[in-house]
Ligand binder design. Structure first.
Ligand code: FES
Length: 121
């Protein structure tokens, strides 16, 4: 079980939901399920509109596998540093910014910050 807290200027207050780790749902799926208006478009890791800042609250974040697609979009958006790319590639350590449609949440509490316009379904 993970606590996922969404925070944004688009929300009148933070929204915390419980997520079942191990489900193959993405962070964007979770947000949509709880009517959290993270912007999105392609839902396939290509447009970058679902960009979120993810803070992992545990001291030892779980390893991630950053896809090439997500890495490229984060680079294009200037949201991943050279060091973060290396850390993701070598140590599987998560970068600070992620694409909600590519992020599979784990059994760890996170804070998800997003801006932007409301999603257009
Ligand atoms: Fe396009 Fe996530 S919705 S990258």
């Amino acid at each position: 079980m993970a606590n996922v807290t969404f925070t944004s200027p688009k929300l009148s207050r933070d929204v915390t939901v419980y997520a079942v780790a191990g489900a193959r749902n993405t962070l964007l799926d979770l947000a949509k399920e709880h009517k959290v208006p993270i912007p999105y478009d392609c839902q396939d890791g290509e447009c970058g509109s679902c960009l979120c800042e993810v803070t992992i609250l545990s001291k030892t974040p779980r390893a991630i596998s950053l896809t090439e697609k997500e890495k490229e979009v984060l680079k294009q958006l200037g949201k991943i540093s050279h060091d973060e790319v290396a850390n993701a590639e070598v140590n599987d350590m998560p970068p600070h910014y992620r694409l909600a449609c590519q992020y599979i949440f784990r059994d760890e509490d996170i804070i998800v910050k997003f801006d932007g316009d409301e999603a257009t379904p």
